[in-house]
Design a protein around this ligand. Sequence first.
Ligand code: XMP
Length: 510
Amino acid sequence: KILIIDYGSQYTQLIARRIRELDVYCEIYAWDADSQDIIDFAPTGIVLSGGPESVHLPDAPPLNTDILDLNVPILGICYGMQLLNVHFGGQVEASDFKEFGYAAVELMDQSKLMAQVDDNRIDVWMSHGDQIKQLAPDFKAVAKTGTTEVAAFEYPQKQLFGLQFHPEVEHTEGGRDMLAQFVHTICGCEKQWKTGNIIDTHVDNIRAQVGQDQVLLGLSGGVDSSVVAALLHKAIGDQLVCVFVDTGLLRFKEGDEVMQTMADKMDIRVIRVNAQQQFYSALKGIDDPEQKRRVIGEQFIRIFEQEAKKLDDIKWLAQGTIYPDVIESAGASTGKAHVIKSHHNVGGLPADLALKLIEPLRDLFKDEVRKLGVSLGLPADMVYRHPFPGPGLGVRILGEVKAEYADILARADAIFIEELRRHDLYDKTSQAFAVFLPIKSVGVVGDQRRYEYVIALRAVETIDFMTARWAHLPYEFIDLVSRRIINEIDRVSRVVYDISSKPPATIEWE
Ligand code: XMP
């Protein structure tokens, strides 16, 4: 297994993804992770990621030199490469030629890492402001570009490898081969992940794990928990009990749809708890977004616990944890990311239930989870749905949440989504929804003056949801949606379109 040490690169997750695709297990630890944790992880190889800092600046995150004592192969990428160079006596400096984007690399010498790359000239993806000025004495340069004498180095005696460019990025020719060479040949990691018949393997594992016990799952209607439900159902049938809480803050008719799909079609045991009024009461008078999130989270746990207590003989709690949640191991967070919003995930929480945890999707990336869901018979519409926040409409109704507002919003949102699908725009946006603004504006419908609420439409394109661009939907389309909403929902007199990107705005309005 491979350990990735994260120096804050935007590509760190991608490195994990690539290694995973090579059928090798890996985890990501922060650069300041405890040495003992690293030793306990017992990696067979280490990758040092890139990062936004400069190694020659005083506050630059340092190399944890304890990793050198492990005597396992180390591959430094970009910042990671520069760290190795400096530690072994070389120099790094800010370059006059900053390289961002494509660069042509010339392979100069026999390289072990690039043994599988056939060409002598390859196009690679660069993203750096610093470069190696002087190579550490023992290192050997094995590649260069027009502006960098050292685009790659090796020190075979100590199994150290450095790449200035990013092999994990799709645009780097032969990048996959280099990583394959590193993990399979140099580190000798075995291909232990079977992608073959993943469903059968999972089903066998689940059966072996839970035996005759009963398993409880908090079903949110989202992709992950639905796939867990389908998978567990296939494995253990009626030993699975799902609790689905209708919070009154779901999408239009979503509660009924979840029941229809999961209970009626898939024949899964689902207990539906109609807690709409309970949520609205708990949220009465509260308009602070963070407090709303907390209240919704608390209510959810309370209901979930109540239901769990009614069921005898439950031994396991199932969760929809997926691989990206796992690989950034606990305690390994750099603490550099600011908490912008406190996210909560439905289904995960009660710790004092004294249940054992089962997480059958721990090994899978989101797109793999989706494929699995489709193979298990879940409708593609559900599996490829845009993400929906745990607190639901609670954070899309600005300020105080009221049943009346939730009703207006859910219907406006349904119109927007319906038209996106009809115009083949749904899959071209990453997330789209309506937002309810509790302010009134004047309109005229027919000959009637209307003094009613405002609906904002939000649609974004993004890969990672960390940054997002507002979707440039066609004017005619937005026009159509706006007309439909105002015509079909009496309580709305105005529709606006959100043209803020993230950053500086966030995707949700609260
Ligand atoms: P923001 O608004 O922070 O959203 O740009 C990024 C992504 O996260 C989702 N989101 C949440 N998901 N609980 C969740 O489970 C939350 O409290 C929450 N807040 C935002 C949001 O829908 C978007 O996909």
